[in-house]
Unconditional design. Structure first.
Length: 455
């Protein structure tokens, strides 16, 4: 409860800061709000508190609340310079906090009404943030497309919730789980779960519900794209894991086959199409689709390690993505483009940026000793233990494809000459961020148990 109040009240305070001429305090207030949320979550560890009979702040919820708040802290360090040049900084920070509030609801719900409310609170905030650069037509287009597609996906989600309520007579997921073995006919339940998978598949950007991802990622302001690829994806996939692993394991035979198809399509389409990209933001967008497939593999294993694997993978992916998008933002700011050719010669002019980008990309590719290797290792081992050898072999093959397109950027930074000129520099806060995330990726690669065994 304290975590929910802290995030929501901080969002309200930052929204009202302009009215009281406290604009300079917004950034430290935001940092304080996130630090307090992390502190409350650590304090409440193992208490498993019920909220309104519709939410459960158990270790799963607290672990992902800590993850979301920590990701948001890193994101604030990344975006401070971008937002400081804008007049409506308070609006953007408050929307970020409201999105995190929705994310907290998504990782702690025990009632399908709260699941829907959490998704909508997060989604509406993102629709506005995606179009926050009102002078950029690409930003406006991305927000409009995201809103239309998101509304359509919410319709599927709500239809699925309605069908499950119709067959079970309850929105309470604990009651629904208890009644699963007593239903005379599960056809409506099966259709409802399919609708839920469609709706939530859109939110995490899994194929074939990924069609909004590259355009929205490319059109939205780069810091907002980073927030969507990290905190938003983490909350969405955690909500999916909580729903299917915790409440629908008795009918896993219905949704496991669907998950298998989504995983294969996400890995195949995400990686293959990423190879063809010449824009770094679009490349990272298709990369995020493939990573959604790896995240879904943790849910697919449906065992006691699913939660730990998912938490570790999302944290590692988020840290790497923030580093990558930080460098993309600086390149785009200084050169006016995020094309791969804009990275030419970066290692000579800005070694820190090139090294940080390389560490992030190698981690995403799963190269040891970085954390991304351990994240994929845990996923593959858990799925392999359940007997899905063919899926693991396919995922490994797609990882090799990922190595190819990540190295396109690395080769440009270290082996190609910069013919466009212009210097790319990071300020003190951005430099601190890049050092922190690079060190974190190395540390978690060597000591993965710092995060992996939390749940």
């Amino acid at each position: 409860m304290k975590e929910l109040l802290t995030l929501s009240l901080t969002g309200i305070f930052t929204m009202l800061a302009d009215m009281f001429n406290l604009r300079k305090l917004v950034f430290p207030l935001a940092l304080l709000g996130l630090a307090m949320t992390i502190s409350w979550s650590v304090y409440d560890w193992n208490l498993s508190q019920r909220i309104w009979g519709m939410m459960q702040m158990d270790n799963f919820a607290l672990g992902f609340t800590i993850a979301l708040s920590s990701i948001a802290l890193l994101w604030l360090l990344m975006s401070e310079e971008y937002f400081s040049t804008m007049k409506a900084i308070t609006d953007r920070y408050s929307l970020m906090f409201f999105a995190l509030t929705g994310g907290l609801v998504m990782v702690s719900y025990t009632n399908m009404v709260m699941l829907f409310l959490g998704i909508e609170i997060l989604s509406v905030s993102l629709y506005v943030l995606a179009g926050s650069n009102k002078t950029d037509l690409s930003s406006n287009e991305s927000a409009f497309k995201y809103f239309l597609m998101g509304s359509f996906a919410s319709g599927f989600l709500l239809f699925g919730i309605a069908l499950i309520y119709g067959i079970t007579g309850s929105f309470n997921l604990l009651e629904i789980r208890a009644s699963l073995g007593k239903l005379p006919d599960t056809s409506l339940l099966n259709v409802g779960m399919i609708m839920l998978i469609i709706g939530m598949g859109f939110k995490i950007g899994a194929a074939p519900f990924h069609f909004w991802t590259p355009d929205v990622y490319q059109g939205a302001p780069t810091p907002i794209t980073a927030f969507m690829a990290t905190a938003v994806k983490t909350a969405a996939v955690a909500a999916m894991c909580r729903l299917f692993v915790s409440y629908f394991p008795l009918v896993s035979g219905v949704w496991l086959d669907i998950f298998a198809v989504l995983i294969i399509m996400s890995l195949l389409l995400g990686n293959i199409i990423a190879v063809m990209q010449h824009d770094a933001k679009r490349l990272l967008a298709f990369s995020s689709i493939s990573h959604a497939g790896y995240m879904m593999m943790t849910i697919f294993s449906v065992d006691s390690e699913s939660n730990n694997s998912l938490l570790f993978y999302t944290v590692v992916y988020a840290i790497g993505s923030i580093a990558a998008f930080m460098v993309v933002y600086l390149i785009q700011k200084n050169k006016g483009t995020a094309s791969i050719s804009a990275f030419n010669g970066l290692a000579k002019k800005s070694p820190l940026l090139a090294i940080s980008m390389t560490v992030a990309l190698l981690s995403m590719a799963g190269i040891p000793p970085l954390a991304g290797f351990m994240a994929k290792y845990y996923v593959f081992v858990n799925v392999l233990q359940d007997g899905y050898l063919s899926m693991v072999l396919f995922a490994i093959a797609m990882s090799l494809v990922g190595v190819y397109y990540y190295f396109k950027i690395i080769i440009a930074m270290f082996l190609h000459e910069d013919t466009e000129g212009g210097e790319v520099k990071a300020d003190a806060l951005q430099t601190l961020l890049l050092i922190i995330v690079s060190a974190a990726l190395l540390l978690l690669g060597v000591l993965p148990n710092l995060v992996y065994n939390l749940l």
